[in-house]
Design a protein around this ligand. Sequence first.
Ligand SMILES: Cc1cc2nc3c(=O)[nH]c(=O)nc-3n(C[C@H](O)[C@H](O)[C@H](O)COP(=O)(O)OP(=O)(O)OC[C@H]3O[C@@H](n4cnc5c(N)ncnc54)[C@H](O)[C@@H]3O)c2cc1C
Length: 475
Amino acid sequence: MIAVIGAGIVGSLIAREINKYIEDVYIFEAKNRIAAGVTKGNSAIIHGGYDDEPGSVRAEFCYRGNKLYDEISQELSVEVKRVGSHVVALNEDDLKVIDELEKKAIQNGVKEYEILDKAELLEMEPNLNKSALRSLYCPIAAITEPWEAVIQAAKSVEINGGKVLKNKKLVEVKKKDNKFELFFEDGSSYIADLVINAAGLYADEVAKLFGDEIPYIFPRKGEYILLGKDVKYVNSVIFPTPSKITKGCLVMPTVDGGYLAGPTAQNIKSKQDLSTTQEGLLEVKEKSLRLVPTLDFSRNVVKTFAGLRPETKEKDFYIDVGGGNVIHVSGIRSPGLTAAPAIAKYVVEYLIQEKLHINLEKRKNYINHIEKVPHLVEEDYEHWKRVIQEDPDAGEMICYCNKITKKEIKEAIKNGARTLDDVKFATRASFGECQGSFCIPKILKIISEETGLRPEEVLQNEKGSWIINSEVRAI
Ligand SMILES: Cc1cc2nc3c(=O)[nH]c(=O)nc-3n(C[C@H](O)[C@H](O)[C@H](O)COP(=O)(O)OP(=O)(O)OC[C@H]3O[C@@H](n4cnc5c(N)ncnc54)[C@H](O)[C@@H]3O)c2cc1C
């Protein structure tokens, strides 16, 4: 059996890649749901690969990963919108940074970029600060929903005979001949022939369980403000010029039609501190207004959130074989989402097959294409009408903001959703402007009816995050 520790974008895509050769792949995830670590809270940009330090591991995988998202999009039915990105120069100093970025793009082998003058830039992005001077435009930059890629990759693993196990926090490892015995917090244990450590922020701690010392990981927080869909702000991803530690506070459209401003970049101590702060949000406002002065933070804010980057002093990914048949995929900070499909191929095609000399043969019965539950309002109206005739649940709107029907929510539950967040990330229900104010009680009731859980047992996400304390009146 091959074990992958961690169901983020990295672990799930590696598991899917291994599963093309071997049926017996297990993903072990510590939390009670997948895609709930670093992969949940980030900018969700498929970067162009022009700004990573030439010669770094990040640069090696970012551009290749960007290209592979076409395959991911087609095979896993994941939405990838190639909206493009601009790095915008607002002053003379910024112009020098744009020149440096262009040099890096050439060194990194990125051909898909153009330097736009003020007129070209403002024609494409009329809401930008009118003092913008120039931009480095990268048409291959894209936006996606990272959790959707994880959900679909995990589904692919299950359809192809593998297993995705939640509430499985790896706490101890014993070497047994050439194998590993893996012990989990819930008391269970499994024997694995090969282990992939893709534990995100905790990959350094997981490496220690195998007796391996790899670069120490510290969290760097990024705070964001999400804006609604009713005002049009930008068409593409708008970056300021980058600093040494971050790509900067950006403004971008989201896949479902809203806008995102952020992130900040602050080193913190706790790997669990996802709080937003007054200072952080003020910084986001101030910096994003410099790029797009029309942003309306007084009326248009949907929510704020934060994500934690797994940083190392080396500022780079660490991807290598440890002591025995274990591979550590660690320090996967930005652009890890972009790089993940290329990292997955490298792990399987080079580290497993060449470095560990494990011969793999492609499976003949492997199912490549994974369908997504159709989002009914995006379907042709006549088709939707026919679906409603067959199944009245398709005509019952539960989430009005994102127009999600009861049928879609029931499908998500059939596919394993048990918490409100599971349903939210699988369907976008409660993800819209009202953030679930109207639909959460209805979704809770559907989860309860479909699973047999009592309403008080239905959680928002983590253990203890119940919504209903006790029955006051029937819902
Ligand atoms: C603010 C911010 C902005 C970013 N923006 C971008 C961007 O726009 N584009 C881009 O390409 N990248 C971006 N990134 C980087 C990207 O989000 C990450 O590189 C990527 O999500 C890392 O994925 P992962 O699978 O390695 O980690 P995770 O998603 O954290 O997955 C690791 C999983 O392992 C589990 N786990 C941990 N310990 C154990 C254990 N002991 N046993 C079992 N399971 C365990 C965790 O619960 C978690 O689910 C950004 C990151 C941040 C924080």
